[in-house]
Design a protein around this ligand. Sequence first.
Ligand SMILES: Nc1ncnc2c1ncn2[C@@H]1O[C@H](COP(=O)(O)OP(=O)(O)OP(=O)(O)O)[C@@H](O)[C@H]1O
Length: 358
Amino acid sequence: MIEVEHLSKIYGSTPAIEDVTFSVAPGEILGFLGPNGAGKTTTMRILSGYLPASQGTAKVAGFEVHEHSMQVRQRIGYLPETPPLYPEMTVEGFLNFVAQIKGVSAGDRASRITLALQKCNLLEKRKTLIRKLSKGFRQRVGIAQAIVHDPPVIILDEPTVGLDPRQIIDVRNLIKQLANDHTVILSTHILPEVSMTCDRIAIINRGRVVATNTPESLMEQLVGGSGYELEIAGNSLAIQQCLKRVKGVKYVEEMRIENMPEHRIKVRVVAESNTEPGHAIAVALVQNGVKLYEMRRVQASLEDVFLELTTEEKPVDPTESETVETEIPASASANVNSEETAPSSTPSQIPESTEDAE
Ligand SMILES: Nc1ncnc2c1ncn2[C@@H]1O[C@H](COP(=O)(O)OP(=O)(O)OP(=O)(O)O)[C@@H](O)[C@H]1O
């Protein structure tokens, strides 16, 4: 439904996006994930026909966005980061105005507006002036204007920015419902947003798409899937060497934990993909006389994937990963996160790119 190939946009001499390539299948929700200034809005605007690309092609339903911009606009519903609403219009009046602009025939307009109001749960607000609506309801009006002409493709740029947690849940549910009848691209810098809402993720960093896959496959492919956290007593170096010899162990690193009992350490062991070396690890430790106090299986997170992909200097030896610079909150800095740890109540946000040109 959407095919983007080698797309670039250069402002002056500065590239905002470079060689961006991805595709979205009909009915799919693609999450476009990246830090501030990564190039999400630029890509969304090119796709929507509001901005010409410097190089490359983007097609929607087979139409090249620049050459056939009218056909593309008819097939796309676009919610920009700041929805263009008219505060002095009623919700219904505004949708009628947008439907007219988008070429919905007079005969179809009333039914299209009612359907958009229904889908966005706005029926009771149809006569309300937009300026009297809360931010969450305005966002729904923004989505309603994007779908009022029943486009097959919906592009949503940061649809939950500025909403409170309740409104965020409502808007995410609405997006999931829309995906039943539409192909959706959703840009965000909020990690849980993509894992909760999207089928597939394209991670963009400094203008380049650095990975595209399902959240699960990205985790498997890049972090190696699961691992283990061990609390043990003994010589750290000797223990790490012992663990590295175990079949299925990808790498081992000591965790820095404050207030550990004397002589005890915690180590993190990351397993190779599709391996379960837990039993072999326990056996190796016991055979080498290491006292094992605790062993937990832990799962990689999307944050790990993001770190892996967007950290500027990757360590050659993964055990040197403490040298990697990151602004991700400390709670998310581990390469493997415990399944037993309660998820954070506030959404984690990707830090700003360190060289934000804005
Ligand atoms: N009109 C412009 N002129 C010059 N540079 C621009 C322009 N618009 C965007 N840029 C630059 O292009 C880069 C990508 O910006 P873009 O807005 O696409 O990123 P983004 O991922 O959407 O960021 P955010 O999450 O902050 O909205 C940034 O470095 C930005 O400063």
